[in-house]
Design a protein around this ligand. Structure first.
Ligand code: PEP
Ligand code: MG
Length: 582
């Protein structure tokens, strides 16, 4: 048994066989053979090794012709390893004595060799390890042939483990088959993590290198509440986790009782709780969890995993679909396209090759450089707004000039729609996200230009602390309760109040029950959170008076480091809600 620790990004507990995504793209199970089938399995293994060696020699020739002999020689070395009797002998022994299916035996032996290379600490030998992973992929590919079971077509539950997952890969995960996922890379608010929470798949990210210790088909437990990954659990641990899983499910059920109760403090201050969504159908789930509307619809997911940009009609249909899941009259905040940085599609590759994509042409900057793309979306929003309370939200606004350009464009789009004789809503509230320090500093003038502000703490933390939200190596720096971040949030709340405009927080911070009392005490009255967090946040709000929350905020804002704030909030949360395992 081997326990690894990472960042918990989506709660819940799951156990099952591992599917290693980055090497396999298909499933290897720890299948046992009948003794009578062992000889045939060894024959099947030898045939696959021979086929893999032939493939490698073919590659040697092709690459040699294209790039030169020295490059082709890499594949000659692969072929020689595949023909080397020492390694095949070991694999055959595992098939014969342990009666493992060939795929599993190959994965185990090759990974052991790779690990030995990696542990020597020489970069030359570490490079050999990636050659071995390549061999593993090739041999298993030959063994499985047409029987490859791809991620999209899984037939049995698995726990996906990968070095990293892109948001579009995560979006394809089917929660009925993928019971949890674990990645070596990634941070708390990367879009992949946000998707895991939206799909309600328990997930742990940023575990660091560990995949060479795992073979497809191994058993694992993922504890998305505490950020633990247990490889090869023993029976006692399995039993303990099965009971933890049941407790978690009944805890979730107990939260459902809060659904129809108002989000108000003990002294009757009413708070608005909205849901964040990435896909139209999630709106129904958000409502089921008690959302009073959608405070953030991340529309860029309409653009990911496809070959062409969505048409105006596709945008329009998506927005109408969200409205169809909402009770009449509740708000739907449609955030305009926020592509770039970690959310990109293959067609926008040149943009993603910038040296600093997070500081480059992402989000509203991309839209303002591609007006036809931007206008297509804006037209659809105005048209859909005929059918419900739709509001527009611009992401990543950094300067007043950008904000004014966006507003001007809205006027142009409305004129075009009028000329085209298409029905559209004339009065659509406009908001701007506060996600970069410049916008927080200019919150006063920004607030005067718009109908509402929405603080995107995921990016605000990243840009304030200069810590990439997707990079596990700076995860310690990346904290929503760093005093510098809290200073900016307080400023935006104060400036919004002075300008008489509503302020919302839609970053992951507002969904952390831990932070709810603090934000409330700082003056926040509207939270927009991942649907599954709504009941927990509501429970915190209902557990205290506004004065108590204000006292918590006052104390927290006097502290000088993120960990002091964190410890203080942890103590306060335990005091308020001992039953919540915060
Ligand atoms: C944010 O940055 O806090 C936010 C809500 O936007 P996203 O996570 O989509 O970047
Ligand atoms: Mg953002």
């Amino acid at each position: 048994m081997d326990t690894r620790r990472g960042t918990p990004v989506s709660p819940g507990v799951a156990a099952g066989p591992v599917l290693l995504l980055d090497t396999e793209w298909f499933r290897i199970s720890r299948r046992k053979l009948r003794t009578a089938d062992v000889d045939a399995e060894i024959e099947r293994f030898r045939t696959a090794m021979a086929a893999a060696a032939t493939e490698a020699r073919q590659e040697q020739q092709n690459i040699g012709k294209q790039l030169g002999r020295q490059y082709g020689a890499i594949f000659e070395a692969h072929a020689m390893l595949l023909e080397d009797p020492a390694m095949s002998g070991e694999i055959e022994l595992q098939i014969r004595t342990d009666e493992y299916a060939a795929e599993y035996a190959v994965s185990r032996v090759i990974r052991r060799y790779a690990k030995a290379f990696q542990s020597v600490g020489s970069s030359m030998l570490a490079g050999r390890a990636s050659d071995l992973f390549d061999l593993e992929r090739r041999v298993i590919g030959c063994l499985l042939g047409d029987r490859r079971e791809e991620l999209k077509h899984l037939t049995a539950p698995v726990i996906v483990m990968a070095h990293d997952l892109t948001p579009s890969q995560a979006a394809q995960l089917d929660p009925s088959k993928v019971h949890a996922f674990v990645t070596e890379a990634g941070g708390r608010t990367s879009h992949t993590s946000i998707l895991a929470a939206a799909l309600e798949i328990p997930a742990v990210v940023g575990v660091g290198p560990f995949l060479e210790d795992v073979s497809g088909g191994d058993e694992a437990i993922v504890d998305g509440n505490h950020g633990l990954v247990i490889l090869d659990p023993d029976d006692a641990t399995r039993a303990q986790y099965e009971s933890a899983r049941k407790t978690y499910v009944s805890f979730e059920r107990s939260l459902d009782e809060l659904r129809d109760l108002p989000a108000e403090t003990k002294d009757g201050v009413r708070i608005t709780l909205l849901g964040n969504i990435e896909f139209p159908h999630e709106a129904a789930h958000a409502v089921a969890k008690g959302a009073e509307g959608i405070g953030l619809y991340r529309t860029e997911f309409l653009y990911l995993s496809r070959d062409s940009d969505p048409t105006e009609e596709e945008h329009y249909k998506a927005y109408c679909e969200v409205l169809s899941h909402l009770p009449a009259g509740v708000p739907l905040v449609v955030r305009t396209l926020d592509l770039g940085a970690d959310k990109f599609n293959p067609r926008s590759e040149p943009v993603s090759e910038e040296q600093n994509p997070a500081l480059g042409v992402r989000s509203v900057r991309l839209c303002l450089q591609n007006l036809p793309l931007f206008k297509t979306q804006l037209r659809a929003i105005f048209r859909a707004a005929v059918h419900g309370d739709i509001r527009i939200l611009f992401p990543m606004i950094t300067t007043m000039r950008e904000l004014r350009r966006c507003k001007l464009l809205l006027k142009e789009v409305k004129e075009d729609l009028f000329e085209d004789g298409v029905p559209f809503a004339r009065e659509v509230p406009i908001g701007t996200m506060v996600e970069v320090p410049a916008a927080a500093i200019l919150a006063g003038p920004m607030a005067r230009e718009v109908d509402y502000l929405s603080i995107g703490t995921n990016d605000l933390v990243q840009y304030t602390l200069a810590a990439d939200r997707t990079n596990e190596h700076v995860a310690e720096l990346y904290s929503a309760v760093d005093p510098a971040v809290l200073f900016l949030i307080q400023r935006v709340l104060d400036e919004g109040r002075k300008a008489g405009k509503k302020v919302n927080v839609c970053g992951e911070m507002s969904g952390e029950p831990f932070f709810a009392a603090l934000l409330l005490g700082m003056g926040l009255r509207q939270f927009s959170v991942t649907p599954h967090s709504i009941p927990e946040v509501k429970r915190v709000i209902r557990s205290l008076t506004l004065t108590e929350a204000e006292n918590i905020a006052r104390e927290a804002l006097l502290l000088e480091t993120a960990s002091e704030v964190m410890n203080y909030l942890r103590t306060q949360s335990r005091r308020l809600l001992p039953e919540l395992e915060l």
